[in-house]
Write a protein that binds this ligand. Structure first.
Ligand code: UFG
Length: 324
């Protein structure tokens, strides 16, 4: 298949591009390189630099690539930033999304695998989270992703699009030369590894008084290679609809810190700090639908094994891609 990958120079998009190429598909990466990294591009892929917010960019690129399907990763994805600057999120993730959908429609492309998120569920009343759990986002980032899911629902009805919404839980880990390098790093695991590398002194635990067994937030950490594999299965299937991508297991912030200490051999000093705004206490997936409709199951389920892959990448790239 010819696959058009938006955000293919980013963290998850670059790993998915590699899986596509390894499986014999051809890939066109569309990325503005605002947050993506040239070093993460695969030389087997065609690269088109452009910005989704500019309709001409995306239409010209789609017209040139004439793909069979789109994988859409390009987006802003910081919960905290979205709460301070919602317009930035709606403009990129939704206005950019409409541009993408319109360009697809113009070029007769119907299939899209969309990177959605468990943030579309907000803080559900029941756990684990299934695809039928009501979607009530608690921040503009989650809202922007939900809006684009809903827009694609209308393109499905009106223009016969066949969208798949892959709702990721906490993406983490690394695959070979591809890893997590964000200009502003807010995620737990990379921040722990920065301490282990001596780049910062201590980790802050955002809240120790949550309604969880050890008082810290519980998350479902899913490896980026497993996410990439799910995209491949989705594109090779004829399934359309929403699928959760998680392991089904939850780990607390303290458990992740302990795992990072064991993997790195560094004591990683930690202090309990005030809660971070908007953090739900407990988010764990029910991944059974992914098994049913895609034949997908996370292979990496142990935090230590997941962190091991991230630690390998961060040690090899202590200053991120630019430092290599
Ligand atoms: N945390 C800390 N200290 C840190 C960083 C994080 O204690 O230095 C805590 C957070 O408060 C949270 C947990 O570690 O409880 C995980 O935080 P991350 O920032 O790694 O991930 P989030 O769960 O906040 O965010 C992820 C994705 C988002 C998605 C969200 C859904 O990155 O895209 O899950 O809740 F929207």
């Amino acid at each position: 298949m010819r696959v058009f990958v938006t955000g293919g120079a980013g963290y998850i998009g670059s790993v998915a591009s590699k899986h596509l190429l390894d499986a014999g598909h051809s890939v066109t990466v569309f990325d503005s390189l605002e947050l993506g990294h040239e070093e993460a591009l695969d030389e087997r892929a065609e690269f088109i630099k452009g910005d989704l917010r500019n309709y001409r960019d995306i239409l010209d690129a789609m017209d040139r690539a004439r793909p069979d399907a789109v994988m859409h990763f390009a987006a802003y994805a910081l919960v905290g930033e979205s709460s301070a600057n919602p317009g930035k999120y709606f403009r990129n993730n939704d206005c950019g999304g409409v541009n993408l959908a319109e360009a697809m429609n113009e070029c007769g492309v119907k299939r899209i695998i969309f990177s959605s998120t468990c943030a579309t569920y907000g803080q559900p009343d029941t756990m684990p989270i299934t695809e039928a759990t009501p979607q009530r986002p608690t921040n503009p980032y989650g809202q922007s992703k939900l809006i684009f899911e809903q827009m694609l629902g209308w393109y499905a009805k009106i223009h016969a699009f066949q969208p798949v919404f892959l709702r990721y839980f906490n993406a983490c880990g690394a695959e070979g030369r591809l890893g997590e390098d964000h200009a502003v790093e807010t995620h737990l695991i990379p921040n722990l590894l920065k301490v282990a590398l001596g780049q910062s002194g201590r980790i802050q635990i955002f809240g120790g008084d949550y309604n969880t067994p050890d008082g810290t937030c519980v998350r479902d950490y899913v490896h980026v290679s497993d996410l990439a594999r799910a995209h491949l299965l989705a594109i090779e299937s004829d399934f359309s609809g929403a699928v959760n991508l998680g392991t089904g297991h939850g780990f607390s912030v303290r458990e992740i810190i302990e795992a990072a200490r064991e993997v790195s051999g560094h004591p990683i000093p930690a202090d309990v700090a005030p809660r971070r705004a908007g953090d739900p206490d407990f988010l764990v997936s029910d991944p059974s639908k992914a098994a049913q409709v895609l034949g997908w199951k996370a292979e990496h389920t142990e935090p230590k094994a997941i962190i091991e892959t991230a630690w390998g990448w961060h040690r090899a790239h202590p200053s991120g891609y630019a430092g290599k």
